[in-house]
Design a protein around this ligand. Sequence first.
Ligand code: PGA
Length: 252
Amino acid sequence: MKHLIANWKMKLSPLDEIELALKVGKINFDPNKVKISLNPSFLSLIRIGEIVKKTSVELGAQDCFWEDKGAFTGEISPQYLRDICCQNVIIGHSERRAYLGESDTMINKKIRTIIDCGLTPVLCVGESAEQRHSGSRDHIVRRQVELGLHNINIVGYQKLLIAYEPIWAIGTGQPANISDIIYMHQVIYQTLIDLFPKSIVQNNTFVLYGGSVDSSNAGSFLREELIDGVLIGGASLIIDEFAKIIQIADSL
Ligand code: PGA
């Protein structure tokens, strides 16, 4: 099973998001082989939830708060997201870490609340170009996973997705090379094995790659057994591109 998560960021108006979701809803794929999630802005979640309800496409959010309810002006609770049929939430995207000051402690609290609600967290981790060149990449990514998942318990059918997204590869047209991605997936899996029972890591956790994924390179990532899927930004906004990536995943 390969996961394709479409992170639409703040790149389309809600009306354009709805139009795009209608087109995605018409694409044929085998839900036993491919799991697609659309993660639009908060504003179009309800409407897109209705659109994908009759399809195998999942609905996801791009962020949430770490409390279920209360005096938290401007925030959205994972419980409310669940009420409108969201199934997963992207957490700790590097853009939020950079522009919104999202810390590992905040990310950890969010993941806890998401799991308490029965939703799937999609934890984003990844190093900057500077960190990569200074040789601290492994340490940085390992720490992000450890701190994000500190004291988190995963049981039963609870799923956890981790997206390895090197910051320098996001939106640049220059994805990481396959051997680096495989190596970092191994680092992440080793960290997960240090945190959770082996059977949980095997059955409940999935590691994805993100950063300039498009139809020309998606196949090389998705063919790797260790890569459970891809998080797609820019290419998921172009229907032909996204349809090609879905087709690639479906044909594996
Ligand atoms: P990109 O974005 O595919 O446009 O590089 C990926 C992401 O930020 O999740």
